[in-house]
Design a binder for this molecule. Structure first.
Ligand code: SF4
Ligand code: SF4
Length: 168
């Protein structure tokens, strides 16, 4: 069983990605299920439309146009989404839980889980949040094998996920 096949779920950031009636969601599970060692795919489904969309893809082969769409996503999003590998965390002397912060920001921005993600962020251990990233030189940037702008996104995530003072 595999999951996280939507690779950051940032399809809406690419204009015309699904032009011609293509479905990014369908293509990702077709691609995953085409691997001989994969029996099933676990995905987040938040409404009935998505159930229908995924169900229509089951058992169908991946088409050339879908492969091209997935390659385009891979190229354009390569340095945009976090893989939560934690490789960069050893560069941070302040103990920021970089992968967790990025995961919660993803929940907020791309999965419609705003309140939940803010509560998770608020529960991070002392020093684990990204409050101190604003005045840091960003040593973590050099630690990401995917060339992500780690510090910049952490500052953005902190602003996104922090409860207003006195509202936590
Ligand atoms: S910006 Fe600085 S404080 Fe924030 S995670 Fe990177 S190294 Fe740590
Ligand atoms: S920012 Fe890069 S190195 Fe750090 S957890 Fe994400 S993908 Fe891994």
């Amino acid at each position: 069983m595999v999951f996280k096949t939507n690779a950051g779920n940032r399809k809406n950031e690419i204009k015309d990605l699904e032009k011609g009636g293509l479905s990014f969601r369908q293509a990702t599970i077709k691609w995953a299920l085409s691997h001989p060692y994969v029996a099933s795919v676990c995905v987040s489904i938040t409404n009935f439309d998505e159930i229908h969309e995924y169900a229509q893809a089951a058992g169908k082969p991946l088409e050339e146009a879908e492969i091209a769409m997935l390659k385009r996503y891979t190229d354009e999003m390569y340095d945009r989404y976090c893989r939560f590998c934690g490789e960069c965390e050893s560069r941070c002397t302040r103990g920021v839980a970089i992968a967790d912060v990025n995961r919660y920001a993803m929940y907020f921005k791309y999965y419609g889980r705003e309140k939940d993600s803010m509560q998770l962020y608020g529960a991070l251990r002392d020093g684990g949040n990204a409050a101190s990233c604003e005045d840091c030189n960003g040593a973590c940037d050099a630690g990401c094998p995917f060339r992500r702008t780690v510090r910049r996104e952490l500052v953005e995530a902190h602003n996104l996920l922090s409860f207003p003072r006195g509202d936590a």
